[in-house]
Design a protein around this ligand. Structure first.
Ligand SMILES: [Zn+2]
Length: 436
């Protein structure tokens, strides 16, 4: 089902809507948000300079650091009394990023999430269990509101407590699971460990995943655990932009449709800041249209992707962003080579003897970067055969070498010995800052 008519407009009509909203948003932010007005003044650009969509590139960027510098509400265009909701991102260091919503922002947001849930196959007849942690994180309440908007029945389970998760999945006849992909895998494995087959013994048919990316091999892994009929998609968003609801995968599984009547995407070269032509890969920059509380212009998401404007078989005309190939700041530089954890994951998941859980450790030994990847075996009987173990290790090393162009150390460990994560998996430990 397609939730909104704006998802199927001819491009000229869509662009008319974008331009109209952009011409309202820019004077609004200039008047209401002092830090952004200062940026525009410094760049010598005035609201009246924005007359067509291409003029967008005249405007200065907004960065994550702008939220920190103006913590907590300095980027807000409305007074706190006009807000109906706050959220905050889970920053690993320092202060969180605080965002706010007016009643109108909340309505727009949840309607955009509603679109994304429909893209992923949800409908009013679904019983949805939300295994995201509630609290200030936008994922749980975002999907919660979006699913309620389409009329699905929502179970606000929150994260953790795997026993209770499994009990509710079974007893409530849950048909749709909202979780991080790594937790969904863990949950599926636990269900199998208890002697149940998710495909036969449960009704879960749809997975709406977020909080972290899902690579194609990981999706295959998901089918191994949850069954062939399990349909799972990921969606894109971040709290600064609204939360989930910016883009989502449709039944064609060829990228995520961006809700372009509310978000204008651009792809730039992160180093030169030049706007790149359609189809090229670079950093995603998003301008939010029509937001009252935090209107954001040209927000540097730090996510690397490319945009596809070709028609999609699902009937939507909005452009699609390719599934993320990493974050500009997740990138590890190992001996001068750019490495994304997702590249490592792709290699590992193609090897049948090892499971989907892994850890990456980067150290500096004798002034050289050394990357050690710890991987779980599927069958612990392999640990008894030195020959087989060493053959497998060589095969993993060769796969990584051809993908990354780098030599790596491999450590094979028993099944279920690595830590499992209920939220976003923390797979990389970089110790180089402390060493020489
Ligand atoms: Zn589509």
């Amino acid at each position: 089902m397609i939730w909104a008519k704006e998802e199927t407009l001819p491009r000229e009509e869509l662009e008319k809507i974008q331009l109209k909203k952009l011409k309202e948003t820019v004077p609004y932010i200039y008047e209401k948000v002092a830090p952004y007005r200062a940026k525009m003044d410094a760049a010598n650009v005035k609201p009246q300079d924005i007359q067509k969509l291409e003029d967008l590139k005249k405007l200065p960027f907004t960065y994550k650091s702008d939220f920190r510098d103006n913590y907590p509400t300095g980027l807000f265009a409305v007074e706190v009394k006009d807000l109906v909701r706050f959220h905050a991102s889970s920053g690993t260091t320092g202060k969180p990023t605080v965002v706010g919503y007016t009643r109108h922002d909340l309505d727009v947001w949840l309607n955009n999430v509603a679109r994304v849930t429909c893209m992923g196959g949800a409908s009013s007849s679904d019983i949805a269990q939300i295994a995201f942690g509630y609290g200030t994180f936008t994922g749980a309440l975002g999907l919660h509101g979006g699913l309620e908007t389409i009329g699905a029945s929502v179970i606000p389970m929150s994260s953790g407590n795997t026993n209770k998760q499994i009990m509710f999945l079974k007893d409530m006849g849950v048909t749709l699971l909202v979780a991080t992909p790594s937790y969904a895998l863990h949950l599926g494995e636990e269900i199998r460990r208890r002697g149940m087959d998710p495909q036969k013994d449960l009704n879960v048919r749809i997975g709406l995943f977020g909080g972290e990316g899902m690579t194609e091999p990981m999706r295959d892994e998901m089918h191994k655990v949850w069954g062939d009929e399990f349909f799972c998609t990921q969606n894109y968003g971040m709290s600064e932009l609204c939360g989930p609801g910016v883009a989502g995968e449709c039944s064609a599984l060829n990228g995520m449709h961006i809700n372009e009547d509310w978000f204008i995407p651009e792809i730039i070269d992160p180093k030169t800041e030049e706007v790149l032509p359609p189809g090229e890969k670079g950093e995603l920059v998003i301008t939010c249209l029509g937001k009252e509380a935090i209107p954001l212009i040209r927000y540097r998401t730090g996510d690397l992707t490319r945009l596809m404007y070709e028609p999609c078989s699902c009937g939507r005309t909005t452009c699609r962003m390719e599934n993320l190939s990493g974050r500009a700041d997740d990138m590890l530089v190992i001996r001068g080579v750019n490495v994304f954890p997702t590249q490592i994951e792709e290699v590992l998941l193609k090897i049948p003897e090892i499971g989907p859980h892994y850890e990456i450790l980067v150290e500096r030994k004798n002034r050289l970067d050394v990357m050690t990847i710890t991987v779980e075996l599927i069958d612990d009987r392999l640990l008894d055969s030195y020959t087989k173990l060493s053959e497998l290790e060589q095969r993993i090393k060769a796969g990584l070498k051809s993908q990354l162009g780098l030599a790596t150390q491999i450590k094979l460990v028993a099944p279920n010995s690595l830590q499992r994560f209920e939220g976003k998996a923390k797979r990389v430990t970089d110790l180089r800052k402390d060493g020489l």
